[in-house]
Design a protein around this ligand. Structure first.
Ligand SMILES: NC(=O)c1ccc[n+]([C@@H]2O[C@H](COP(=O)([O-])OP(=O)(O)OC[C@H]3O[C@@H](n4cnc5c(N)ncnc54)[C@H](OP(=O)(O)O)[C@@H]3O)[C@@H](O)[C@H]2O)c1
Length: 308
């Protein structure tokens, strides 16, 4: 099979397009012929060794989410058939979606809704999983609450804005001016141009913050919470930053892998609560170019490989 892989850590130029043996389905696994795989910020962080301490076996295939058709069943898999359209997110500690095929546990993938293309399903898988775990399971956002979602134009935050509106929250978000029309279209009630205004000067009394940017933005996010407020952080490493305030809660969403959250994504799409983000399409052979765009951190929506 063809795959986009790295043979060492480094810049985007270490991504190469080449051949690897086809995977085989182990017990409880299926092989998926991948039609689309998305690019996530985690991919260039792994490529550049930003997480540190990952002992990758080279050649290493990046990529965490995908959509495609099942082409083989391992022993014990009885809830799917060859030819089923599925989408999913690789298991924690597993990657390999930048490829024509992947072997993956059947229990953590879900049927792709017919109404979603493979490109759209791949675009929504990890972002939707992260957003639903963060907004619903971790922050437990309630109707009538006010939430600040940092970095609204990004893949995870865009899904989170639509989900928070669907839950009945008042949504404030931050983005550069070029993305404000897009965010109004997602339903954001108030949009702050972070290049022109300090969000801490114009926002206060929030029930919740969903922080997807990291660095200083994360540290300052505590300032906008009301006493008893809670903040969830996904761009500050494996633990939430500590607050000097004793009256707010800092949370690090535990983004696991399971079928139920993928089915929740499908349900939200079917309800019309969440739409398909703007997608920029790349061939697998142009993974380096896709990484350069993702790594520049000013993306609107999602980058997705059209694999076949
Ligand atoms: N399992 C997990 O825990 C998990 C899963 C997915 C993602 N993540 C992490 O979550 C973060 C976001 O991922 P993503 O894929 O959604 O990001 P993304 O699609 O790459 O988006 C980055 C966004 O950040 C915005 N941005 C940059 N600087 C900003 C600032 N100072 N204030 C406000 N917005 C700013 C950009 O919009 P503008 O052009 O408007 O600046 C851009 O839309 C990454 O760090 C990623 O590693 C974690």
């Amino acid at each position: 099979m063809k795959a986009a892989m790295i043979e060492k850590n480094g810049g985007p130029e270490v991504l190469i397009h080449g051949d690897l043996p086809d995977p085989i389905a182990g017990p409880g696994e299926v092989v998926v012929d991948i039609h689309a795989a998305s690019i996530n910020a985690a991919d260039w962080k792994v490529r550049a060794d930003e997480y540190g301490g990952l002992s990758l076996t080279f050649p290493y295939v990046l990529g965490r989410d995908f959509s495609g058709l099942i082409s083989a069943l391992g022993d014990g898999v009885d809830d799917f058939a060859v030819g089923d359209a599925v989408f999913g997110v690789c298991d924690v500690g597993q990657e390999g979606a930048y490829a024509e095929k992947i072997a993956i546990k059947a229990a953590i993938i879900a049927r792709k809704p017919d109404t979603l293309s493979h490109m759209a399903a791949a675009a929504l898988a990890l972002t939707g999983l992260t957003a639903t775990v963060s907004i619903e399971d971790t922050l437990k956002l309630q109707s009538g609450e006010t939430i600040l979602i940092q970095g609204g134009a990004g893949g995870v935050a865009g899904f989170a804005i639509e989900l928070a509106k669907h839950l009945g929250a008042h949504v404030i978000t931050t983005a550069s001016a070029a993305n404000h029309d897009y965010l109004r279209g997602l339903g954001a009630d108030q949009i702050i141009d972070y290049n022109a205004e300090d969000f801490t000067a114009v926002v206060s009394g929030c029930d919740a913050v969903f922080e997807t940017v990291g660095g200083d933005v994360a540290e300052k996010s505590f300032d906008v919470l009301k006493p008893g407020g809670r903040a969830a952080f996904i761009a500050s490493g494996g633990t939430a930053p500590e607050s000097a305030r004793g009256d707010v809660t800092a949370l690090r969403p535990a983004v696991g892998r399971d079928r139920e959250h993928l089915e929740r994504i499908a349900e939200l799409v079917a309800l019309g609560a969440v739409g398909i983000p703007p997608i920029t399409e790349y061939p697998l052979s142009e993974a380096a170019a896709a990484h350069r765009v993702s790594e520049a951190r000013h993306l609107k929506g999602k980058l997705v490989f059209k694999v076949r």
